[in-house]
Design a protein around this ligand. Sequence first.
Ligand SMILES: [Zn+2]
Length: 78
Amino acid sequence: MPIGPGATGISLSNIKVCARCSLRYDWRKSPTTLKMTYCSSMCEAADLGFTLEALLKMQRPVRLVSLEAEPVAEAICP
Ligand SMILES: [Zn+2]
């Protein structure tokens, strides 16, 4: 069900309250790793002292690169 003026496409079940700044936001549109906890990566970083995304990239850079490269190679040779 749409809420508020002009808020078509936003439903109550997707609205979360940010754990840091108490802003109400659509968690599907949050850019953070913890989509259902923080409204933005700034809040995530401010609350945790770091972002999980940055932590994952530091710990497993090789894995992340290979995951991105493989689908491209398959698409070129069907
Ligand atoms: Zn926030």
